[in-house]
Ligand binder design. Structure first.
Ligand code: DGJ
Length: 701
């Protein structure tokens, strides 16, 4: 049982295989954090040391590590919940009611000491993986509205100040760049105010004490929400670190009517003493076993072709058929038509919102192409951008009021598009019906759902004035609702989340979509950095990567085809080049690599990942995937020759030390013990620019 309670001392513990998370209820009012880290079995040992008053400027309550601090009294720290009651009171005093246990979930029931605002704190430990899920539900049991101003999902407290923070940040075409820094007193904030996750920061924290890939204490937590989020990490004046995670309070409120409930997004948190690789692989398992949509969790994702880089907006039935024939020949299993197939879509100035096939481009409808694709033995997929509208579209001409806008302000366009107000049920209905029609009338197995701009001027005149600032939140939850509805009816369809590349990568999205498009930057070398950052907390099972043409459309770099393949084979392989222009040799090589990928994809998509060497610290880049200690694939890259260096040694991970493995290195086959491979390693001789190798390793029974 993952929940333990010491009733005498009022101590609650969530216990996993190797870790525990412990807190107490103090003075029937404060939920005080006691421990997060190595598993402690005996709750008796916990002492409730009083938090003394510091002085009149710093109150004791600010020094107390609280599980979910409300704004109120002498609290000046960042607080988790803040509300305004109908009479103008705007602080909260908690009163502890009781606890309950429901299906392995511990619920701490609180209420405001006067007003009928009830707050339940939820805790659930996934014992096998030491992952703690936390969320909060509030209910207005009074007779007047309550305005929620802040409503975070969780707070975490860590003892001591000597922590390093690892985060990813970036921008378009340079997503998921890793940054490591020491924490110093004060606050560090990672947030989005764009109405989607964005590519500037990721909604998580990873704090560690000099950890590396294989060793050291790592505390991490990620928010399952792809809208405006805020992660605040504070080194306090009391020598501890407090982290608050949840919906961004910036321009937010939510009017809670009598008898109405509000449930926050969940946070998933973990602790390991075994460094970053262990963290990543626990989360690979967690996503595959518990988090990702059930329908596709256990399938191996297909090799796709995507038309975007090959044809851009110039999508026609004949061109796509030509591409489809080539794609089928090289072993592609899924043919995806990207932007340009609908409405008056010849460039990015028109058509968004009009989800009907362009008759000039497809005189016989989509069916002609879908049939050819299916006859060639491939599934068919389609790109859509459902949350958007171009002013130059039939949808906008019919419903100019369906967008977010403020009175007396011109709505701002970017990429010539505006955002539909998804807090309106008629807009939601329109999107559901349009997509449902497409999925019903055509044999579509894959939807790439894009979002190419943030939300601005988030005015929603369908909402009451006091509820206007909930539009951001309502947009995000409406997207989830729409996708879930479509999934329910079309359970065969795989959904890919894309937002100008990787602007929608988070655990909230991952609960509703099966895959992420990581970046519009398909440069195979840049991708190594992007994929490395991504692999910290996001699962390989969702990492789509394409092999595209050179010079690369964005970076102009010319990288050999083998290096491009090896880079993209580290995720879910896709092809994005213009196959009609490939030489015979290139097509043959592509076919060989696609077939090789199909043999190893279970190791990559369902295995563990080990970052063995990173270009940030090393001349070569090496990443290893291991499937149940039975099979493994090692990718090694040398992007550029350094001086006259040529000898490189790579030590493997995750194997069984006692097993003998057969290694296939460029058709040179030899055997070694796991122990040797992990402690001495494999030797590589690499010289020249853009060198890469794929090594296949399997245990001998
Ligand atoms: C942005 C995506 O990241 C691209 O892959 C492509 O789908 C374009 N949008 C289409 O407009």
């Amino acid at each position: 049982m993952a929940i333990r309670i010491n009733k005498e001392k009022n101590i609650f513990a969530l216990v996993g295989k190797n870790s525990s998370y412990v807190f107490t209820v103090e003075s029937n009012q404060y939920i005080r954090h006691l421990h997060w880290g190595k598993r402690i079995d005996d709750l008796e040992d916990f002492e409730l040391i009083p938090v003394d008053r510091i002085d009149s400027q710093d109150a004791a309550i600010d020094a107390m590590p609280e599980e979910y601090a409300p704004f109120g009294g002498l609290r000046f720290k960042s607080t988790a919940i803040k509300a305004t009651f109908a009479d103008g009171t705007r602080d909260i005093v908690f009163s502890y009611l009781n606890y309950s246990i429901d299906n392995d979930t511990l619920v701490i029931h609180l209420r405001d000491s006067y007003y009928k605002l009830f707050v339940d704190l939820y805790y659930k430990m996934f014992e096998d993986l030491d992952i703690l899920q936390r969320w909060v539900e509030v209910e207005n049991k009074g007779t007047s509205d309550i305005i929620l101003e802040h409503i975070r999902s969780a707070a975490f407290n860590l003892d001591g100040t000597y922590f390093w923070s690892n985060q990813v940040s970036g921008h378009w075409s340079s997503e998921q760049q890793i940054h490591q820094e020491r924490l110093y007193p004060g606050k560090k904030v990672f947030e989005s105010r764009k109405g989607l996750t964005g590519n500037n920061h990721s909604p998580y924290f990873i704090l560690n004490k000099n950890a590396d890939e294989g060793h050291g204490d790592v505390y991490f937590a990620t928010l399952a929400y792809g809208g405006n989020f805020r992660i605040t990490i504070e080194v306090t004046q009391f020598h501890r670190v407090t982290i608050l995670m949840g919906i961004n309070p910036f321009d937010f409120n939510y009017r809670l009517k009598p008898n109405q409930k509000f449930t926050t997004p969940s946070v998933y948190a973990g602790y390991t003493k075994n460094g970053f690789s262990h963290m990543s692989n626990v989360m690979n398992d967690f996503c595959r076993n518990y988090l990702m949509p059930k329908e596709k969790r256990n399938t191996l994702h297909k090799v796709l072709f995507n038309s975007w880089e090959a044809t851009k907006f110039d999508v026609t039935a004949s061109k796509q058929i030509e591409l489809a024939k080539k794609a089928a020949k090289v072993g592609v299993e899924l043919f995806v038509v990207d932007d340009g197939w609908f409405g008056a879509r010849n460039d990015d100035t028109a058509g968004l919102g009009d989800w009907v096939v362009n008759k000039k481009k497809f005189p016989h409808g989509l069916k002609e192409l879908v049939d050819v694709v299916n006859d060639l033995g491939m599934d068919f997929g389609l790109w859509v951008e459902p949350e958007m509208v171009n002013p130059n579209s039939d949808l906008y001409r019919a419903h100019p009021d369906w967008i977010y806008y403020f009175k007396h302000r011109a709505p701002t366009t970017t990429r010539n598009q505006l955002v539909l107000n998804l807090s309106r049920t008629d807009v939601q209905r329109y999107i559901i019906e349009a997509l449902d029609k497409l999925l019903t009338e055509n044999n579509i197995s894959y939807i790439k759902w894009d979002m190419n701009r943030p939300i601005s001027e988030p005015g929603a005149k369908n909402l009451q004035l006091s509820d206007q600032r909930s539009s951001w939140y309502r947009h995000t939850t409406a997207v989830y609702k729409i996708v879930d509805k479509l999934r329910k009816k079309h359970s065969n369809v795989t959904f890919e989340a894309c937002a100008s590349g990787g602007s929608r990568i988070d655990y909230g999205t991952l609960q509703h979509y099966d895959q992420f498009w990581l970046s519009d930057n398909t440069d195979a070398l840049d991708r190594l950095y992007i994929q490395e950052g991504y692999s910290y907390l996001y699962p390989i099972k969702a990492m789509r990567a394409w092999v595209t043409d050179v010079p690369n459309k964005i970076t102009k770099k010319t990288i050999p085809l083998e290096f491009r393949f090896h880079s993209a084979m580290m995720g879910i392989l896709g092809l994005g080049g213009n196959l009609t222009e490939y030489s015979k040799e290139e097509l043959a090589f592509t076919k060989e690599k696609v077939s090789e990928y199909k043999k190893i994809r279970h190791i990559i998509q369902d295995g563990y990942v080990y970052r063995l060497k990173s270009l940030t610290y090393s001349t070569i880049h090496a990443v290893q995937y291991v499937y149940q200690q039975k099979e493994s694939v090692l990718f090694v890259f040398l992007p550029g020759q350094r001086f006259i260096d040529k000898h490189y040694q790579v030590k493997l991970k995750g194997l069984d030390p006692d097993k003998i493995y057969e290694i296939n290195k460029k058709d040179n086959i030899f055997r070694k013990h796991g122990d040797y491979l992990m402690n001495v390693g494999i030797h590589f001789i690499l010289m020249g620019d853009y060198q890469s190798e794929l090594v296949y390793i399997r245990a001998i029974e």
